[in-house]
Design a protein around this ligand. Structure first.
Ligand code: PMP
Length: 361
């Protein structure tokens, strides 16, 4: 039963899904993969042993459903976040993509709208559209920042039910000033989501929106274990918000959405956070060195508070991307037309990238 009897177009698919493409960052088997902003450092043998032991301990209970509310994991995540956040303020799901999906299921839907400031994370509009919510595409500043005035003007014009702010932003790496987020909170008529997937990589002096949670019950700050925490394979994302927001998400989450294995692996990773987050400092230094090197090569580079760098400009970026790939290094063709994005890898991977770029221009 492998041959298609019919094609997608023949199925009674929802009209608004017709013609859409699935999300598709290429997953290619090449020596150097710098295209999905993962942490390049795998768990140590000591952590691998701890993860295996933790799974071993729960394996005998896998005939039962997991804790539906993931209470222990939420406690651990709250402790990790600090800012006086408790388990009641935290919710977890299978990646922050699922967190975003649940937010849209609870606060979006037909007849409602969400706004984002592009270029930004491509899944925000995709998850929005798939939830039946209307997407409003606003724009960032010329330097990929987002000043309060521009954000406020767009929100006052469109009155969206959900505002997406991404800081540090993907694919640009730029972060928002707290004043811009505060200004948005003052005028937004609905929920304000600050996607902080890359929060741990920020440079000194760039504060988190977590500090704005007290007194702002419509603010949601989303985070992930996929990036700094080096656990992309585990699929755990989470958010911090007012407990009422979590009550809203309980209405839309699937029962037992977070497997016992996921919860155990995530808790073990948090218990070993010193090791996992230990690489963040190295990655930030490597990022700053990369930005300096690219600028030294005469390229334009966006300021980065993340573990990736957006650089340009290439009138034919596909040719440069392909040239780099031909030398065994996969980066990402994403963002504004003349720019490319590279994730920060190990020193060896960065050396391979620099050599491949030099030969491909
Ligand atoms: N938000 C941003 C800004 C991202 O770049 C990503 C992943 N690329 C995510 C959310 C989703 O990550 P995950 O589902 O792995 O938590």
């Amino acid at each position: 039963m492998t041959d298609n009897a019919i094609s997608l177009g023949d199925l009674p698919l929802r009209e608004d899904l017709r013609g859409r493409e699935p999300y598709g960052a290429p997953q290619l088997d090449v020596p150097v993969r710098l295209n999905t902003n993962e942490n390049p450092y795998p768990p140590s043998p000591r952590l691998v042993a701890a993860l295996s032991a933790a799974i071993g301990e729960i394996a005998g209970g896998l005939n039962r459903y997991p804790d539906r509310d993931a209470v222990e994991l939420r406690k651990d995540l709250a402790d990790y976040l600090g800012h006086e956040v408790t388990a009641r303020n935290v919710w977890a799901a299978n990646g922050s993509n699922e967190i975003i999906q649940q937010i849209l299921q609870a606060f979006g839907g037909p007849g409602r709208t969400a706004i984002g400031f592009e270029p930004s994370y491509s899944m925000h509009p995709i998850i929005t559209a798939v939830s039946g919510t209307g997407w409003i595409n606003a724009h960032r500043d010329e330097d990929f920042g987002l000043e309060a005035e521009r954000a406020v003007a767009a929100i006052e014009e469109h009155r969206p039910d959900i505002v997406f702010l991404t800081s540090p932003n993907n694919p640009t790496g730029t972060s928002l000033r707290l004043e811009a987020i505060e200004a948005v909170l003052r005028v937004a008529p609905g929920m304000v989501v600050v996607d902080e997937a890359y929060a741990e990589f920020r440079r000194e002096g760039t504060p988190s929106a977590l500090s704005l949670l007290p007194g702002n019950p419509r603010l949601i700050v989303t985070r992930t274990m996929s990036k700094a925490f080096a656990m992309a394979g585990t699929r755990v994302g989470y958010l911090a918000a007012d407990p009422a927001v979590i009550d809203a998400l309980l209405l839309v989450r699937l029962p037992y959405h977070l497997s016992a294995v996921t919860q155990t692996v995530a808790r073990t990773a948090i218990a070993h956070q010193e090791e996992l987050l230990g690489a963040v400092e190295t990655l930030r230094a490597e990022r700053d060195a990369l930005v300096g090197w690219l600028r030294g090569e005469g390229l334009e580079v966006a300021d980065s508070d993340a573990n990736f760098v957006l650089f340009g400009r290439f009138p034919d970026r596909r040719r440069v991307w392909q040239g780099i790939l031909d030398r065994g290094v996969l980066i990402r063709e994403v963002g504004p037309p003349e720019w490319l994005r590279v994730s920060v890898g190990t020193p060896d991977e960065m050396a391979a990238f620099r050599a491949a770029l030099k030969e491909s221009q």
